[in-house]
Design a protein around this ligand. Structure first.
Ligand code: GLA
Length: 720
């Protein structure tokens, strides 16, 4: 709900549990008033905190100082010395902007971003216009409230009405001010095969920042932050989180000033960004989803999950049961020919597996990772009869066919690169920087994106595939385009991301009934914007079940279980050699979109034979994975065990997984099941007992003692 009090000039944005308020002060600035637990409307002018004032510059013609104003969209170099959201540079090189309130309107439906960055779908949207009366530069701030999810989305549009050129040196999505800094900062850190591990940092005076300049979201720092009040855990405590709906270089920082206030800033990373705006042009920032929880991290996750499911992920797919796949990568890598694929597909008949995915290696001279990217033509030597022959073989065996692509890339050893060397991002006169032996195609250029659009359309429509895995396996470097003038090279990264969105939109709209899965060297580009195109994303190249308990739980802190793609692979694990039983590998992969990844010839017979029953079991609970609420019990990042429980919205059904890494030899596993309705009696199928939810949540349950490491149990609960 959005309200405006004319008399006090205060905006109230109310979700079910939160209020976000700002007002136009006596100097005409839009200042932050309040963000926290829901409060009634009031006149905030009674609240007059005093900040450190010495030697702080004053606002011309006013008795106030800039440092006092908690600007909704902050600017720099006038007297607020904290982190700015906006730094516009005029033709003289001056970098100031003084933004005051001009007008506002409440739109019935949230407008989309014209440049094509995906946003959440939404209703009532507050648009506030700020302007610099000295120059004619203006900023539109967009706010949408998602009541039930306690989410507030924010973004900005910067409009150049100055009569001359302005270069944006920084244009963040939002800054959010808090009156204090009594928080711990939580971020999600990692690297390839170790994505999204929670990290907790004590705030200090000055800035704590994360972000990256790799041109894409990465495994290294997720574009997410959460401020946690002391004592916050899964079930209690106040959390203020941000998730940027964007897939390029991003920046997040928390700055504590001399008065102890803090400011959270987030958006496109200014370090790899500059954008030239001609007079009359506008720049649109990506959208930021702010989430407020007064019931700990568990509530934050459930709210983000509902938000992404209901307002970001394509409704065609979000609640649609997904096929259980076997992906060829870990089992075959590049070493396959048609016969090996046929043998695999034949073996899948009646196995329970529903779709076979042919991963990397089917096109051009792609016999290893040194050649072929860009040449999206079937390698007929390897695959006589083309992809359709593979798809047909799948059909004969009663399964579907899926295909891997990596459309943004080119190998120097490819016909595409030989024909168009300038289509790769590089700086002339310097050796191009390789990564996994490949270069990035310059998607800031329309003709490059158009070429790939046509090629991909042809490949997909002729392939017989009903599933596509879209990969992206290197960061951007050099950041220079043949097609951009010197004063626009700072635009390359963002233009690249817009090119990616344009291709993703085109392909997903051209093939609405094909399921697209995102991937980026595992789960690097696992972000809110990608979810608008890909209802599921490959969570990590690490398929070891023990490591996965951390990676999946980190991913599912923000993103729904229905978006996290998890595969059972061979033991010992090809990445770390860990030996884990089939039960646990299966149980951990159940915590999302379930699938397999192994060489049929090497997979133990008894494990292969259990697949049918395991898939059937998955399909008995997959509506919970798609639609349910996730509750985490003890936390794997801090301890030896974890409990994951997914509960239906009506609390009538639940599926709980207990996992214990090392066997402590002391006692049998004893754990509490979170998320159940206290007053319902649940029948636990595996134990054939019926116990009240309140007892299972408070006393818990004892399982038989295990005599191995990496053990797990699953429990299926149904209210009587
Ligand atoms: C990336 C992906 C893998 C696989 C390979 C293929 O690493 O994450 O799943 O598709 O590329 O080259």
């Amino acid at each position: 709900m959005i309200g405006f009090n004319e008399e006090t000039k205060t905006f109230f944005l109310n979700g079910k549990n939160f209020t976000y308020a700002m007002r136009v002060n006596s100097d005409g600035y839009l200042t932050h008033c309040y963000y926290g637990a829901r409060v009634p409307e009031c006149d905030f002018r009674y609240f007059k905190p005093e900040w450190v004032k010495s030697f702080n510059p004053g606002i011309p013609d006013s008795k106030h100082i800039y440092a006092d104003i908690m600007q909704e969209y902050s600017t720099a170099y006038l007297g607020d010395f904290r982190e700015p959201a906006l730094v516009p540079e005029d033709e003289r090189g001056a970098r100031v902007a003084d933004l005051s309130y001009l007008s506002h309107e409440i739109l019935p439906v949230k407008p989309a971003i014209g440049s094509g960055i995906p946003t959440s779908r939404g209703g009532e949207t507050l648009v506030i216009v700020l302007s610099d009366k000295n120059t004619g530069l203006s900023v539109k701030l967009f706010y949408t409230v998602y009541d039930e999810e306690n989410i507030l989305t924010r973004r900005a549009e910067i409009i150049n009405g100055t009569g001359s050129t302005v270069t944006l040196r920084r244009a963040l999505s939002a800054t959010v001010d808090y009156y204090d800094s009594d928080f711990e900062l939580m971020t999600l850190e990692g690297h390839h095969a170790r994505e999204k591990t929670p990290e907790f940092t004590k705030l200090h005076h000055g800035r704590t920042s994360i972000g990256n300049i790799r041109g894409t979201t990465t495994a290294n720092h997720a574009n997410f932050t959460a401020l946690l009040r002391p004592g916050t855990d899964e079930e209690k405590g106040e959390v203020f989180a941000t998730s940027l709906i964007y897939s390029g270089s991003h920046y997040e920082s928390v700055e504590v000033d001399e008065s102890g206030r803090c400011r959270v800033s987030t958006g496109i990373n200014p370090e790899s960004f500059a954008w030239k705006l001609e007079n009359g042009e506008k720049f649109e920032t990506p959208e930021l989803a702010l989430c407020y929880s007064n019931r700990g991290l568990g509530q934050m996750s459930r709210q983000y999950h509902d938000f992404f499911r209901n307002y970001v992920i394509n409704p065609r797919w979000v609640y649609t049961r997904r096929p259980v796949v076997l992906n060829s990568w870990e089992g075959m890598h590049f070493s396959f020919d048609r016969q090996r694929l046929f043998d695999t597909i034949d073996a899948l008949k009646d196995s329970g597996i529903e779709l076979f995915v042919l991963d990397d290696g089917w096109f051009g001279a792609r016999n290893n990772d040194k050649a072929g990217l860009g040449d999206w033509f079937v390698n007929e030597e390897k695959l006589p009869g083309g992809l359709i022959a593979i798809a047909d073989r799948c059909k004969q065996n009663g399964i579907k066919f899926g295909l891997w692509i990596e459309p943004e890339m080119v190998n120097p050893d490819s016909d595409l690169y030989r024909a168009h060397p300038d289509w790769a991002i590089a700086v002339p006169g310097r050796p191009a920087v390789p990564s996994r032996n490949q270069y990035v195609l310059d998607f800031s250029r329309e003709e490059v994106v158009d070429y790939i659009k046509k090629l991909m359309y042809k490949v997909i429509s002729e392939s017989g595939a009903s599933y596509i895995k879209w990969d992206m396996n290197r960061p951007l470097t050099e950041n220079w385009s043949y097609a951009l003038p010197a004063d626009r090279q700072g635009e390359l990264q963002h233009r690249f991301v817009l090119g990616v969105y344009s291709l993703a939109k085109y392909l997903t709209e051209s093939f609405p009934d094909i399921l697209f899965e995102g991937c980026s060297g595992g789960g690097a580009r696992f972000d809110g914007a990608m979810l608008a195109y890909f209802p599921q994303i490959w969570t990590s190249d690490n398929t070891d079940a023990d490591d996965r308990t951390v990676i999946q739980l980190g991913t599912e802190l923000v993103f729904p279980m229905s978006s996290s793609s998890n595969h059972v692979s061979l033991s010992p694990n090809i990445r770390n050699g860990r030996i884990i039983c089939a039960d646990t590998r299966t149980n951990i992969a159940y915590g999302g979109i379930f699938g397999y990844e192994f060489d049929v010839a090497k997979y133990p017979k008894e494990e292969f034979e259990r697949i049918k029953a395991d898939v059937e079991k998955y399909h008995e609970i997959d509506d919970l994975i798609l639609r349910g609420d996730l509750y985490r019990g003890c936390n794997r990042t801090e301890g030896n065990e974890c409990v994951i429980c997914v509960v239906s919205k009506d609390k009538k059904r639940a599926f709980a997984t207990y996992y214990q890494a090392l066997n402590p030899h002391k006692q049998n596993p004893r754990f509490k099941i979170p998320g159940l309705a206290g007053d319902k009696i649940y029948h636990i199928a595996e134990l054939d007992v019926s116990v009240p939810g309140a007892v299972l949540s408070n006393l818990g349950i004892c399982m038989p003692r295990v005599k191995k490491d990496f053990a797990s149990y699953t429990l299926t609960l149904e209210a009587e």
